[in-house]
Design a protein around this ligand. Structure first.
Ligand code: ATP
Ligand code: MG
Length: 588
């Protein structure tokens, strides 16, 4: 994050304006919050006035009527204050909650539409921290700004009042006010810096937390619990450290303001006192003036406090908008063309693709033609670019050179949604949502599927039987918080998902993790059903897939080194021979 000094104020102003925009839909709540505030504020002064009445008229003059008035007045005033204080706090705070909810929603929605390349080099924990922690800070932006404005007006009003009481005395009282400006600005800056540090620190903790919890198996497997705990301790301590500094700065700021305030009181006391001694001021007048000065002092303290909240809010806003505004954060955008004709062919034409910040392209000058009805198997050593190639087809990434066409039209021309609906991706790693089995199979449905259709898909994927044995059958919750399934079972569910989606073009990245022979055989049968009468591009690790393919493409270092049927490749392609021997252990 860059330090902004030159246009710091302007930058804050822009951040503020933008944050306030999110409060606009909740004008009514804010209106009532402000009304509450406007009624509550003078209540304090009115109470003070009642106290004066009680002392002068009731205690000194022994006026019975005044006693009744004061009694009723105190009760009435407290009730009024209570009611409107409730209105003020309730409406102001709920407006804040709704506003940050909108910020959070907008951030999440934007993130959902970002291209895969964004997720490729962004930490999940960091994103979660921005969505949860940083957005939360924005909540106080408007309320503290309103507080700030209110207190500034109070200070101005009271200043006029003390000048009206005795301008000579008042002059000494406000003489030190400009002095207060310096610590006010300095501490604002420091607090802002610390708030930034704190948010970075929270984010670091979140990243670590996310990593540790999702990698718990590896951690336990390598018995590194102590080391990971230690790592966490360091980060957590770092956060406490910054938080301590925040507390220190906040307190220092308040206390320095107090000390400056005491200078004002001292000056007035000294000047006023000497006037009392010389007889040109009554002691009562001096006392009343000092009281007014003390009254002035409260709102100044609150200005300081609101300012700190505001600095925190601006820091949060800064970090949230930073994500929203990242230059490369353009939502993925497809063309206008709707893919509504039958699939005829897919052509990859001289495509080169590199991931960001990698020196070597993952795919280099690659060309390949896939016609409708064909089964193309892609084989190659690990890291040769097979999965990368598969990711280019639904435009998870766009190639830097060359182009990919479907039915003769470049992928970019197609509406993304309609393009992706035509492609069924079964990825190397299975993913199930926290939902029922039926919902998981019907995930991404364009229409409502009947139970029968879902069951048919499950049957074709050889999943029906094990699903029936689950506690609630198709209504059993699976995923993170549900019933845990075996690797093969999960794979069959994702195959059922693809069967139900019924895409004309299937992109299959066969899982490399080995299943035992029995589940392997069942998954194979399920895949066979899936690929039947469909065009498929299969990154093949199974012998059966390779043997039934129309054409086998051999890749190495992002290039196609050879392609042809199994027997021909086995006879002429060295890399293929090596792969074949290694994977299936049967030397030719
Ligand atoms: N998300 C990524 N970001 C940056 N580089 C990547 C990414 N994914 C893969 N790579 C790099 O691109 C190259 C091709 O990787 P790819 O995953 O396509 O290989 P693969 O052929 O699918 O391997 P495997 O058989 O092990 O799955 C590798 O050198 C890899 O390091
Ligand atoms: Mg792969």
């Amino acid at each position: 994050m860059s330090e902004r000094t030159t246009s710091g104020f302007q930058h804050s102003l822009l951040l503020m304006k933008r944050s306030l925009g999110y409060f606009m839909p909740y004008k009514k709540r804010i209106f009532w919050g402000v009304v509450g505030m406007l009624i509550v504020a003078p209540c304090a002064a009115a109470t003070a006035w009642l106290v004066k009445l009680a002392v002068d008229d009731v205690l000194i003059n022994k006026d019975m009527q005044a006693l009744q008035l004061v009694t009723l007045g105190v009760i009435g005033l407290m009730t009024l204050k209570g009611v409107f204080r409730f209105i003020q706090v309730y409406y102001m705070n709920t407006a804040g909650l709704y506003a940050i909810n909108d910020v959070r929603k907008e951030l999440y929605h934007r993130i959902m539409y970002l291209p895969m390349s964004f997720f490729n080099d962004t930490q999940v924990g960091m994103l979660m921290s921005r969505i949860l922690n940083d957005v939360g800070l924005v909540r106080t932006s408007l309320p503290s700004l309103i507080m700030l404005i209110r207190e500034i007006f109070t200070v101005i009003g009271l200043t006029f009042y003390v000048f009206y009481l005795d301008w000579k005395l008042a002059f000494w009282g406000v003489l030190v006010m400009p002095l207060a400006l310096y610590p006010f600005i300095t501490f604002s800056k420091r607090l802002r810096k610390l708030a930034r540090k704190a948010q970075v620190s929270v984010s670091d903790v979140s990243v670590l937390l996310q990593e540790g919890l999702s990698g718990i198996k590896v951690i336990k497997g390598f018995a590194t619990e102590a080391k990971e705990s230690q790592r966490f301790d360091t980060e957590a301590l770092n956060y406490v450290d910054v938080s301590c500094k925040q507390i220190r700065a906040t307190e220092q700021s308040s206390r320095i303001m107090e000390i400056i305030g005491s200078f004002a009181a001292g000056l007035v006391l000294w000047y006023g006192g000497s006037r009392v001694i010389h007889g040109d001021l009554t002691s009562g007048a001096l006392l009343s003036f000092l009281t007014s000065l003390a009254l002035l002092y409260e709102p100044i303290k609150r200005i300081n406090a609101s300012n700190m909240d505001l600095q925190m809010a601006l820091t949060g806003a800064e970090r949230v908008f930073e994500i929203m505004d990242m230059a490369k954060l353009v939502s993925e955008k497809g063309g206008q063309l709707l893919f509504d004709e039958p699939f005829r062919e897919l052509a990859i034409e001289d495509v080169t693709f590199s991931y960001d910040n990698t020196p070597r392209p993952a795919i280099e000058s690659l060309s390949l033609l896939v016609r409708a009805g064909e089964r193309v198997a892609i084989v190659g050593p690990s890291g040769s670019g097979k999965s990368t190639l598969a990711n280019l087809l639904p435009r998870f990434f766009d190639p830097q050179k060359g182009r990919i066409t479907v039915n003769g039209r470049p992928l970019r021309d197609y509406d993304l949604k309609s393009l992706r609906r035509k492609m069924g991706m079964v990825a190397q790693d299975t993913f199930l949502f926290n939902a029922t089995v039926a919902e998981n199979i019907a995930y991404g449905a364009v229409r409502d599927y009947s139970q029968e259709e879902i069951e048919d898909a499950a049957k074709a994927a050889y999943a029906h039987e094990f699903i029936l044995e689950l506690p609630q059958g198709y209504q059993t919750l699976v995923g993170e918080r549900g019933v845990k399934l075996s690797g093969g079972q999960k794979q069959r569910l994702t195959i059922a998902r693809a069967i139900l989606k019924n895409p004309p073009l299937l992109i299959l990245d066969e899982a490399t993790s080995a299943l035992d022979t029995e589940s392997e055989r069942i998954v194979q049968l399920a895949l066979e059903n899936l690929m039947q009468s469909r065009t498929s591009v299969v990154i093949a690790h199974r012998l059966s897939t390779i043997l039934t393919a129309d054409v086998i493409v051999v890749m190495e270092n992002g290039r196609i080194v050879d392609q042809g049927p199994h027997a021909a490749l086995l006879a002429r392609c060295e890399i293929y021979q090596r792969l074949y021997e290694m994977q299936y252990g049967c030397a030719s």
